[in-house]
Design a protein around this ligand. Structure first.
Ligand SMILES: [Zn+2]
Length: 600
């Protein structure tokens, strides 16, 4: 087995393979295109590998008399709280099959009924396993903060496909497991490709707090915005256990004040306020959404205090440097958290890099303008690339410099040069090879699991080794395969119809503009909602419902609306479904639909 230039010794690599149950695949040939480079030898950053080893094996951890954590079964922790009358499940993991394994482990300890379930927040790694605990037909209450409904709008919005792509890349869902691909997410073990992602719309929404009596044990759920504005935490006073969701975690990762995925519902100040509130409880045990439980009043206080200090420092140091008129890229490149602020809590880049968090904080405060007026007058990327490449001596010289930089280990610069070449010709094979393999080389050395996953995923995408449809299928499917039939994912079924109307709206195509306006009223029969839509000059509007009389009315249920707006089933076929009825001018309805764009 070849073992070329790895960061770790061959014996260490074998150890990884043994631990993670992985197959090796070293050094694929890079092709014979002139200027192309070879794929770097696969390897793993040793520090990151040690960090990831903490998330296995899957096991139950008893936190206190009434609280047990299913740890390492899935990306996030699943917590069971036991009272005399029954059980409460706080967070459900990411996939049904993994959550079923956790439930089976719980069932070896107790056969009491499940009295309720709560989502610490709306992210899929905490909600996706819910059907394991509340199978179809059961009427188990599902608790969440009221803002869960707002998040359902975000996650189904017009840009959700790109948002999901970022999530899929971040988690490494499309990568092989192990040394060639993902070794986990920084906050949990490897998330497997297959499996069922489920969702149940919360049945019990609350604003401030709610108490659930399990018989002798009371679970107090309270609003604690963090990762999202629907964040909640749980206090089990009897045992002194605080469940903090993703706001304070025992994973030695920086507080996630922002993410490259970008989330409308994440506020750094709200996040910090929640951390501050956690200190009030004097908890004896803390269980975060990820990582090992923390035991002992002093240890819990230290973790909360240091997370608080570090979050506040990152926030305020960014603000100070904004006021010093520093460029965001400069702030991000140089901001460090001083050791005396961190104390003994060793926060590291294992999850999101500190510099990404700083960029996110800057962006939410100040937007896209860096303060450099060049931003206001910038050349378009292609024009910039053309002039830069000319200044570098032309395409051939740049094409020679890129692999040289790669061979010299200047991977970021190699990728930058290749990016300029690709701006001129996106199909330049040599540039694609340099960029993709430079990303891989950086990934293999990275101590950030998310950086590793993002870069390796992009490299595979760039070289056509995985298709966007595969990614979309991973992100959306209930059962891995890209959904094609008349079923829709749970998360889409739970989403507001207005989100799918928005998705339909952006199918308007001004190049197909016709002189006449066309109006179709969509009546969502199972939700009692009506959306009058007018297509005029290739723009679809629904803000002025009285603009003109409807040419046709389409009566359909939410599921049919999802099928149409997502384009996963041809709209003509959806119109043939028994629950869809057309009234009015059928020819104009067809013209309306034909004037939209469907080629995705
Ligand atoms: Zn999480």
């Amino acid at each position: 087995m070849p073992c070329l230039r790895p960061l770790l010794s061959c014996s260490a690599l074998r150890l990884i393979a043994g631990t993670l149950g992985l197959s090796f695949l070293f050094s694929l040939p890079g092709g014979s295109v002139a200027g192309a480079v070879e794929r770097p030898a696969s390897s793993v950053n040793e520090k990151l590998l040690a960090h990831q080893s903490v998330f296995q094996p899957p096991r139950l951890i008893r936190v206190s008399e009434h609280v047990v954590v299913a740890y390492g079964y899935t990306m996030s922790n699943i917590v069971m709280i036991e009272g005399d009358k029954g059980l409460f499940i706080f967070d459900t993991g990411m996939r049904v099959e993994k959550a079923e394994l956790a439930l089976a482990a719980f069932r070896k300890q107790t056969d009491k009924p499940i009295l309720g379930i709560a989502y610490s927040h709306g992210h899929g790694d905490h909600t996706g396993g819910v059907r394991a605990f509340a199978p179809d037909g059961s009427a188990i209450p599902v608790y969440a903060h009221r803002n869960a409904l707002r998040y359902l709008k975000d996650i189904n919005s017009a840009t959700s496909a790109v948002f999901r792509l970022r999530a899929v890349e971040q988690l490494g869902l499309i990568l092989p497991e192990g040394i060639d691909g993902t070794i986990g997410s920084g906050g949990g073990p490897v998330v497997s490709m297959g499996g069922t992602v489920s969702y149940i719309t919360p049945t019990h929404l609350f604003d401030e707090e709610v108490e659930i009596d399990l018989g002798g044990v009371i679970v107090r759920l309270f609003h604690a915005p963090g990762d999202l504005d629907d964040g909640i935490a749980a206090w089990i006073e009897k045992d002194g256990v605080l469940l903090t969701g993703d706001t304070v975690v025992g994973t030695h990762t920086y507080p996630i004040l922002s993410t490259p995925r970008y989330e409308k519902g994440r506020s750094a100040e709200a996040y910090i306020a929640s951390i501050n509130h956690f200190r009030d409880f004097g908890a004896r045990h803390l269980v975060g959404g990820h990582g090992l439980p923390v035991d002992g009043t002093e240890n819990v206080a230290e973790l909360i205090d240091r997370t608080h200090l570090v979050a506040r420092y990152i926030m305020d140091e960014t603000l100070r440097q904004i006021n010093a008129r520093k460029h965001p890229a400069e702030i991000a490149a140089h901001l460090r958290v001083p050791a005396h602020v961190m104390g003994n809590e060793a926060f590291e880049d294992y999850y999101h890099r500190l510099n990404w968090i700083v960029r996110g904080v800057y962006n939410k405060e100040m937007g896209w303008y860096s303060g450099d007026t060049l931003d206001l007058i910038a050349l378009a990327p292609k024009e910039y690339a053309s002039k830069l490449i000319a200044a570098l001596g032309g395409s051939d010289a740049t094409l020679a410099a890129a692999p040289q930089a790669y061979d010299a280990g200047e991977h970021r610069w190699a990728a930058s040069l290749a990016t300029q070449l690709l701006a001129l010709d996106a199909t330049n094979d040599a540039a694609l090879s340099v960029k993709a393999n430079a990303l891989r080389a950086i990934a293999y050395q990275s101590d950030s699991a998310n950086e590793r996953n993002y870069l390796l995923s992009e490299a595979d995408l760039m070289l056509g080794e995985v298709g966007l449809k595969v990614i979309a299928g991973q992100a959306l499917s209930r059962e891995s395969a890209f959904f094609t039939g008349p079923t829709i994912p749970d998360i889409a079924a739970a989403g507001p119809s207005s989100a799918f109307i928005q998705r339909l709206r952006i199918r308007a195509d001004e190049s197909k503009a016709s002189d006449d306006a066309l109006s179709v009223t969509f009546v969502i029969t199972d939700r009692g909602e009506t959306y009058p839509m007018t297509l005029t000059h290739g723009v679809m509007i629904h803000e002025r419902p009285t603009l003109r009389e409807a040419d046709a009315t389409l009566r359909l249920d939410h599921r049919a609306l999802v099928l149409i707006s997502d384009g996963h089933m041809p709209w003509e076929d959806v119109l043939d479904l028994p629950e869809v009825q057309v009234e009015g001018d059928n020819e104009k309805l067809h013209r309306f639909m034909n004037n939209l764009t469907w080629n995705d």
